[in-house]
Design a binder for this molecule. Structure first.
Ligand code: G1P
Length: 275
């Protein structure tokens, strides 16, 4: 399976730092955030990865590019631990890069993966500024794909006061953690946000999209037709809603902790966990 990692945004909440240092390169322990995202994709079986960059994100390819001089130096000076850490990066398989020309939104960033995905039946999308703590939702989403052949989004419970910050799902329960979605809305007000229903028809708490998706390639034609939505940007959520109407879309509930490092407080919390 191929994976697409959007890492193009300006990093507005980290300005002025993000002018020169991509937020995806900020450290969690001894590794940058994007390291964990790529490792998660590889662990889920993705051997071909496209990272969508924006201007000023050159540190990301620099990080993943092999450095034989450095490896030789570490080898000659007997620094085996450091050598192993640097070599781990070469085991990540093929990583490709492309640039999003203008910051037109997440939907526009994903649209840049059209040629890369080609005719593959399904591909993963992992937002590059989010680390999934407590296990990746991707294996559950891949299992749901094998069972039902439908695209999916990871869902996490969301308190009412944060609903308007996320994509929000409505639908009904099919299995313990799998839902057939009937509405996908980007950043709704809580009073109009959709809800999930369990198997008895009871309303569950709000559930938001949690930075991981399995998409089918029909999304690209739908993205090309998607007009700017919330915030004047092309929203991937709007194309997902169109794909849901056409083919169906699953939500896969996930109980881990999403570490959004796109803002200083989120990074601080994440860094404490990884220290
Ligand atoms: C994006 C998506 C949103 C999702 C969120 C967290 O929003 O548009 O649907 O819930 O990531 O995964 P952003 O945080 O880029 O505003």
């Amino acid at each position: 399976m191929k994976a697409v990692i959007p890492a193009a945004g300006f990093g507005t909440r980290f300005l002025p730092l993000a002018k020169a240092i991509p937020k995806e390169m900020l450290p969690l322990g001894d590794k940058p955030v994007i390291h964990y995202v790529v490792a998660e994709a590889v662990a889920a079986g993705c051997d071909d990865i496209l990272i969508i960059l924006g201007r000023g994100k050159e540190a990301i390819p620099a990080y993943f590019t092999p450095n034989p001089d450095l490896e030789r130096h570490l080898e000659q000076s007997g620094k085996t631990r450091e050598l192993a850490a640097v070599r781990e990066l070469s085991q990540f398989g093929r990583i490709h890069y492309t640039y999003q020309a203008a910051m037109r939104g997440l939907g526009d960033a994903v649209a840049h993966a059209r040629e890369f995905v080609g005719n593959d039946p399904v591909f993963a999308v992992l937002l590059g500024d989010t680390v999934m703590h407590g296990g990746s939702p991707l294996p559950g989403m891949v299992a749901a794909w094998h069972e039902r052949h439908l695209p999916s989004v990871a869902l996490e419970q969301c308190p009412e006061e944060k609903v308007s910050r996320y994509g929000v799902a409505g639908g009904r329960q099919l299995g313990p953690d799998v839902f057939a979605l009937d509405r996908l809305v980007e950043k709704p007000k809580p009073e109009v946000a959709p809800r999930l229903l369990d198997q008895t028809g009871a309303t569950l708490p709000f559930h938001a999209f949690a930075a991981r998706y399995l998409m089918t390639p029909e999304i690209f034609a739908l993205l090309a037709d998607t007009k700017p939505g919330y915030g004047g940007e092309v929203q991937v959520t709007d194309a997902m809603e169109a794909l849901r109407a056409q083919r169906g879309f699953l939500g896969v509930r996930w109980a881990g902790r999403r570490l959004d490092i796109g803002h200083p407080k989120g990074l601080l919390e994440a860094a404490q966990l990884y220290a």
